[in-house]
Structures are given as structure tokens and as C-alpha cells.
Design a protein around this ligand. Sequence first.
Ligand code: ZN
Length: 491
Amino acid sequence: MTAAQEVLKGLDAANTWQEELYVHLHKHPELPMQEVETAAEITRRLESYGYAVQQIGGGVVGVLENGEGPTVLFRADIDALPVEENTGLPYRSEVPGVMHACGHDLHITAGLGAASLLAESKDAWSGTYIALFQPGEETAAGAKSMVADGLVDKVPRPDVALGQHVLTAPQSGKVGTIAGPMLSTAASIKVTVYGKGSHGSMPHLGIDPVVLASSIVVRLQGIVAREISPFKFAVVTVGSLQAGTKANIIPDRAVLQLNIRAYDLGVRDHLLASIERIVKAECEASASPQPPEIEVYDFYPLTDNDPEVTAKVTAAFVEVLGADRVVQMDPITASEDFSTIPDAFGIPYSYWGFGVAFWPANIPAWRRVNIIGSADAVGLSLFCVVGAQKALDFGLMAAPAIILGAVTAVGGGTIRDMLIGDVPSVLTSGLYAVPALVGAAIAVATVRDEVLGVPGAVLAASVCFAIRMIGVRFKLNAPVPPSWGKDDQRR
Ligand code: ZN
């Protein structure tokens, strides 16, 4: 048995209390830097596992020393978002306007699970494990706050730091790792530009900050398009532009709020410098009476995974989960403050994602039965047999009877689709008319002259049904629940 298997022996038992804990945390979310109850719960549990626990900068750190060996820090973030929960779940948030919408409740649950399993299996490993629970990730304040409160001096220096986040891709049950830049560096920039107020009827007496701000917005688009290499990733978004209060008054100022993203610190610095240059130049061009104010805030560092650590982590995942559940991730344009912690220690790190989104492949086969598609196939198969039979009764020859059987079946479906305002299946499908034709052909061959009678009709209907269900199963034309299939393409 490997060390990892030894540590994970208690996982099934842990899952029981983990589920309860997750539900509890989800019901009681706390906003960034206000995670008082959450931190208390984490502290209580870590202490019960035998960790030396400290509260640092609003977060909680537990240290488990277990002899010689490497020191590993695992970080989980613990804050929730100012979002009203409308999921209708039985364990939905009990705090109005606050929700664990980013899945940090799961991060805490997993972090405590790892802490407890490692404490239970001290014979299986040696070294020092640091379980770090960080507040305020959503505002980029928490990691900074822990570092400012002396994190580096208060715990043993780790050799490596690890972290993770729930994601919608990869699919649930899988983890995704990536060496190099994984999450972008980000910053928000508040720009205030000044004009000169005037009545809207007398623009010549004022300096219009609305026109000035608009020119800035347009000019900013040129940074990514014209200044950054096409091989580099960069985003400049103007998320807010506010000026004035009335239609006939020229205001005296405008405020823009920008957000930037990059996978490269050089690119980030270029974006910031260009924004400053453009804002100043446009103010100059407008004869702005006062220099602009530029404030950079909500700064997120780059998450740049160490290749060696990532290779090790990936190999461990493959060993425990199997190769088919470990995927190579693409970089994500979102951002995280996790790397502030390893950067403060000057140590390498790896941050990975694990899937939690609904995924059809993880649903038991019996729940994957497509009821609408099956009912449609039953109708199609019965109609093709009845239609063919009727045509024979009228004394038609085999070929016209087959065509009439197929037309009866397809026509029935088409009329139905048109009545419910949908595009007729036959027009969107490669496998709608075919089963009807095959079914009608079998019906004619077997039913005619009572060669096979009822068994023949059943055979014809079954074959038609089977072919049609192949179309449904492989979504060749099937009406499928809206959430199916979309995730396939997003990867
Ligand atoms: Zn998050």
C-alpha cells in the first residue's frame, strides 16, 4: 500500500462528517474578512485533530509536526460572496444576501478532510503539514492580511505550497493541473478625470468630461489591439463609466472603473503604463483643468505554477485517481490571491482545479434515459407499422406501402412538432426518417399476406424504435435536456 493510499484509508468515514460540515458551512456563509464563525469552526476542528493552531490576519493556520521530512503548506480560502441564494436547495444560505457561490465552503471541507486524514495516519508519512485557511480571497485582501500579520515568521517555512479551486471544467470527478501561468494577474483601476461644468446649451463655456471620458474608453481599446503582442494574453475592460446627473447639464468630472488581466507581469506593467499615458494625454487633449486621479486597487498576483511541483502533484493524482481522471487544464482568465502566500515565503507552488459541475456521465444509467426521446421513438415505430399495414389493406403494392408507412410516421411527428411550435424533427435529423422507412419495409415484408402477422409487426416496430433510439442516444437529433452536451464543447 502506498503512503497516499494509507492516508486515504479513512476517506469514506471522513465523507460522512464532511458532508454535514459542508451543509453547515453552506447555510452560514460569511463575507470576506468577516469570517468569524467560520474561523472559529475551523480552529475548533484543527485543535481536535491535534494541530498547533494560530489565528493569523483573520485566517487560521494549523501546524502538524511529524518528524523529519519536507514541510508542505496547503491553503484553502473560506469567504463567501454578497450574492442572494436562489437555488431552492434544502441547505441554502440562511444569511440574506450572502452565499458560498464560489465554492469556498467545499475548499474548507476538503482542507479539513486532508488535515484530519493526515493527523490520523501519522505512521504513513513524515514531515510537517501546514493547513492554512485564508480569509478574504474575493477582495484580494486575505492573503495580504495574513502576510502582513507575520505569517512568514509564525509558522515553519514550507518547501512547497499547494492550493485548489472548484471549477465547472474539468467535469466533476476529475482534476485539472497545468504548469506555468494558470490564473491571470489582475488589477482594477479607478480613473477620475476633470472637466468644467456648464449648462448643456452652452458647451463652449465648459470642458465636457463626458466627451473626455468617452475618448479615453475608445483609445484604451488600442492597447490590447495595437500595443500587446498577438501572442500574449491581455484584457482591458471598462466596467463602469459614470458622469453627470441630468440631460441638460455638463458635469465637472467623470469616473471610469477599469479592470485588467494578464499572464505576464511585464504585460501587466505595460497595460498599467499605457492606461496612465492615455488618460493623461486625453486630459491634455481636452484641456482638462486638473490632472486626472488614477488609483490602482484590488490587485491580484499572477498564479504561475512551478513545473516541477506541478509534475509531482499530477503524478500523485494519476496514482490515486487514475490517469482518466486527471486532465491538462487550459489557463483561466480569472484571478486569485493564493500566490501571495508562497511568494511571501519565496517558495514554489502548484494550484489546481477540480470539477464539481453537473455531468451526464456521472449520472446513473437509469437516470439518463431520455423520456421525451423514447416516447417519440415509440410513436414513430407504431405509426410506421400501422401506416404500412393500412396501405396494404388498401391493396397497394409493397413499394408504395413502405413509403406510405414512413410518411405516416414522419408526418405524425412533423404535425406534432409544428403544433408545439418546434422545428420538425425530420428537418433537423439524420435519423428520423430512416427508422420509419426501415420499420415500414420490415412491416410490409413480414405482415403482407400474413407471413408473420403480429410478430412481424412487433419486429418492425422494434427495429424502428432501436434505430431511432440510437439517434436519441447520440444526440443526432434528439430533444435533450438543455444542460446536456454543452459542457462537452466548452473544454
Ligand atoms: Zn473562489
